[in-house]
Design a protein around this ligand. Structure first.
Ligand code: PMP
Length: 425
C-alpha cells in the first residue's frame, strides 16, 4: 500500500462515519474507471464484475457528454417548464407496460421505494405490507422496516406489526424445495392475508439481489401477485438491481415472472452512477396521491439527471446491451456450472443474464453456508485482478453483476480466476 492510500484510510477513520464499510481486506484505492475496468493508484487494472450501478460502463463518453452539455446550459427543478424531463420520461414509459404511465423522480433507490410505499399506503388507506425474508429495499427508516436483510441482521430491531415477512423463496436452501415449492410459499401468503384482513402492499424483487441472487421458485411471484390483487392490494416491483436489461431475456425483472406491478421503483443503473431514480405507477394511483399536498423534490427530475437518464437508455439500445447480457450471461452461467462440478465448495449457481450468484458451502455434503470461504474467494480474486463481492443473508454468495459491456473474454477471465482460487482453498 502506498503512503497516500494509508493516509486516506486514516483520514476516513478520522472524518467519516464509522458505519461505512470498505471492500476487501486490503482496501482498493481506485483512481480511474473505463468501461468494465478499474485502475488503482499503482496502475493495476481490475476487471470489474461487481459494479452494477455503472450499467453502461465506467465513464461512458456519451454519458459524460450528455452531463456536460446540460450542465453548461441549465440545471433547475421541476417547477419550470423544460423538455428534458418530458423527453426522458416518455422514453422510459415506452419501456413499461401501458398501464404504468405516470412518472415521479427521486434521487436514490431508497427514496424511490419510500415513495412507492407512500403511494401504495395512500391508495390503500392502510400500511399493511408484505415482504420477502432476506430482502433489502433501502436505508431509510421506512425501508429498514421492510428489509429483513437489515432488521434481522446486526443492529436490527423487530419490524413494526404492519410488516409481514414470507420465508425467503430460496429453491436451494429455503423452507420449501422441489417442484411444488412455489405453491407452498403461496400458501404462506394466504395465511398472512387472512391474518391482516386489509388490502396490503406487497414489495418484492423478481430476482432477489441482497437475498443472494435468487430466482424464486417457478410461478411463485405470479401466484403472490394474483393473491395480493384478489385481496385488492397493490404490488410494488423493486427493480433497483435487476432493471434495464440486466437479466438479458427481458428489460424488466418483473417481465420474467409474467406479472405487471402497480408501482415500479428504479434506481442504481438508471443514471450510471449519477443519483437519479424513478417511480412509475398507474394514473389511478398517481391521481389518488394528488390530494392537495404538493410533491416537490429539490433535485428529482432536474434537467441534468434527465439528460443522463436519456443517454443511458440510448446507450443500452445502441450498444445492444440487453442482448449482450443475455448472450454473455448464458455462456458464463454454463462455465460456472462446469466449475460447480469440479469444486465441492460451490453449492449452487443461479441467476439470469449478467446477474449471477455462486453459493459457497462447507464440506462435500454442503451442510453449511461458508462466509469464510466466500471472503477468501473475494479477496484472492481481487489479487488476481478480478473484482467480485459476496452477499446473501449468510454472506456466502459470490455476486456477479458487472457493467453490461462485460464480454465473453471477460467471462472466461472471471471463471479461470475463480477456478484458480478454488483449487488452492
Ligand atoms: N432496492 C434494492 C433491491 C437494492 O439493492 C438497493 C441498494 N442496494 C436499494 C433498493 C437502495 O438503493 P440506494 O442505495 O440507491 O438507496
Amino acid at each position: 500500500m502506498t503512503d497516500t492510500t494509508n493516509n486516506i484510510i486514516k483520514q476516513r477513520k478520522r472524518i467519516l462515519s464509522p458505519s461505512l464499510s470498505l471492500s476487501y481486506d486490503e482496501p482498493l484505492h481506485i483512481i480511474k474507471g473505463r468501461g468494465q475496468y478499474l485502475y488503482d493508484v499503482e496502475g493495476n487494472e481490475f476487471l470489474d464484475a461487481t459494479n452494477n450501478i455503472q450499467h453502461v460502463g465506467h465513464c461512458h463518453p456519451k454519458v459524460i457528454e450528455a452531463t456536460l452539455k446540460q450542465l453548461k446550459k441549465l440545471n433547475t427543478n421541476t417547477r419550470y417548464l423544460d423538455e428534458t424531463i418530458l423527453d426522458y420520461a416518455s422514453l422510459l414509459i415506452k419501456k413499461m407496460p401501458n398501464k404504468l404511465n405516470k412518472v415521479f423522480f427521486t434521487n436514490s433507490g431508497s427514496e424511490s421505494n419510500d415513495l412507492a410505499l407512500r403511494l401504495a399506503r395512500n391508495y390503500l388507506q392502510n400500511n399493511e405490507t408484505i415482504v420477502l425474508d432476506g430482502a433489502y429495499h433501502g436505508h431509510l427508516i421506512s425501508l429498514i422496516e421492510v428489509s429483513p436483510y437489515k432488521y434481522n441482521g446486526p443492529g436490527g430491531i423487530r419490524p413494526p406489526q404492519n410488516v409481514h415477512a414470507l420465508p425467503i423463496p430460496d429453491p436451494f436452501r429455503g423452507k420449501y424445495c422441489g417442484e411444488d415449492s412455489g405453491e407452498k410459499y403461496a400458501e404462506e401468503m394466504k395465511v398472512i392475508l387472512k391474518k391482516i384482513k386489509k388490502p396490503p402492499a406487497f414489495i418484492s424483487e423478481s430476482i432477489m439481489g441482497c437475498g443472494g441472487q435468487l430466482i424464486p421458485p417457478e410461478g411463485f411471484i405470479k401466484r403472490a401477485y394474483d393473491l395480493v390483487k384478489a385481496n385488492d392490494g397493490l404490488c410494488i416491483a423493486d427493480e433497483v438491481q435487476i432493471g434495464f436489461g440486466r437479466i438479458g431475456d427481458v428489460f424488466w425483472g418483473f417481465e420474467c415472472q409474467n406479472v405487471v406491478p402497480d408501482i415500479v421503483s428504479l434506481g442504481k443503473s438508471i443514471g450510471n452512477g449519477h443519483p437519479l431514480s424513478v417511480v412509475v405507477t398507474t394514473e389511478e394511483i398517481a391521481d389518488r396521491f394528488n390530494n392537495g399536498m404538493e410533491y416537490f423534490n429539490s433535485y428529482g427530475g432536474n434537467p441534468v439527471s434527465c439528460a443522463i437518464g436519456k443517454a443511458v437508455l440510448e446507450i443500452i439500445e445502441e450498444e445492444e446491451l440487453q442482448k449482450n447480457a443475455r448472450e454473455v450471461g448464458i455462456k458464463l452461467f454454463k462455465m460456472l456450472q462446469d466449475l460447480e462440478g469440479k469444486h465441492e465448495q460451490i453449492g449452487d449457481v443461479r441467476g439470469k443474464g449478467l446477474f449471477l450468484g455462486v453459493e459457497i458451502m462447507e464440506g462435500s455434503d454442503h451442510s453449511k453456508p461458508s462466509k469464510e470461504i466466500a471472503d477468501i474467494i473475494v479477496n484472492r480474486m481481487k489479487e488476481f485482478g478480478v473484482l467480485v463481492s459476496a452477499d446473501g443473508p449468510d454472506h456466502n454468495v459470490i455476486k456477479i453483476k458487472p457493467p453490461m459491456i462485460f464480454n465473453f473474454q471477460n467471462a472466461c477471465q472471471l471463471v479461470e480466476t475463480l477456478d484458480r482460487v478454488l483449487l488452492k482453498i
